[in-house]
Design a protein around this ligand. Structure first.
Ligand SMILES: [Mg+2]
Length: 240
């Protein structure tokens, strides 16, 4: 179905922020482990290895301490995709609910959400479990988001007033939501993945999140934004 949509949910890594959050934990790892983990992450993202297998191995090997998650959250904010903050402000100005569904780690994704003014009730990611000294114990296996297909039950269970729902993301687990949302937009502005480009009815590989606005909004909504001085540069970026 076409716009208007009442809610727009975004992936986090390589969609709102240009980094893959788990890669930030590599700064704490030795070079050999670093190379191994980067390869695993890429295999999970392009669908050549099951996400669940990569997730277990990656976190178990990295065993992040609690305070390292702050570093990841700050890195998300430091590497926001161009126009991400203004795009979310524009969607909220139009009265839309905004959410985040990420296979990343919950605390850093919440940090980014607070920075962007996204309601934490609509923020979904994977919680980690620590002991009293802040040592990594495990991740929450009860979350669906560490497996392929995990974003599907999350988008299926959004509140009724978040429908019709649009979803924006770069990865294969994002594309999996397409049959379960009212519009899926593939965002290739950080990393353009062939499988997502091929599978998504709507796709952009322009390096600004503003490029998704014409794919998400009705003509009337775009006109409402055009009438606001604050959003004029955003619309120029969207059309450029
Ligand atoms: Mg992503």
């Amino acid at each position: 179905m076409g716009p208007p949509f009442r809610a727009v949910y975004f992936d986090c890594d390589s969609t709102l922020s240009s980094i893959e959050g788990v890669d930030e934990l590599l700064a704490f790892a030795d070079p050999a482990l670093r190379a191994e983990i980067a390869e695993l992450t890429e295999q999970a993202m392009n669908g050549s290895r099951p996400l669940a297998e990569v997730y277990e191995t990656r976190l178990g090997r990295l065993a992040p301490r609690r305070e390292q998650l702050h570093t990841v959250g700050e890195a998300y904010v430091d590497h926001l995709v161009a126009d991400a903050a203004a795009t979310i402000r524009a969607l909220q100005f139009l009265g839309k609910e905004v959410g985040i569904v990420s296979g990343g780690l919950l605390a850093p994704v919440q940090h980014l959400a607070r920075h962007l003014g996204v309601d934490l009730a609509a923020v979904h990611a994977v919680p980690l479990l620590f002991d009293d000294d802040g040592n990594y114990r495990d991740f929450d296996h009860g979350s669906p988001l560490w497996r392929n297909g995990g974003k599907v039950p999350v988008v299926q269970s959004v509140p009724e007033h978040h429908r019709p729902l649009a979803f924006v993301g770069d990865g294969i687990t994002d594309l999996e939501t397409a049959p379960h949302v009212d519009r899926f937009v593939g965002f290739g502005g950080v990393v353009a993945r062939d499988a997502v480009r091929a599978g998504a009815e709507f796709f952009t590989d322009r390096p600004t999140l503003a490029a998704v606005l014409p794919l998400l909004l009705s003509d009337a909504e775009l006109a409402r934004l055009a009438a606001e001085a604050e959003f004029a540069p955003l619309l120029s970026a969207a059309k450029a």
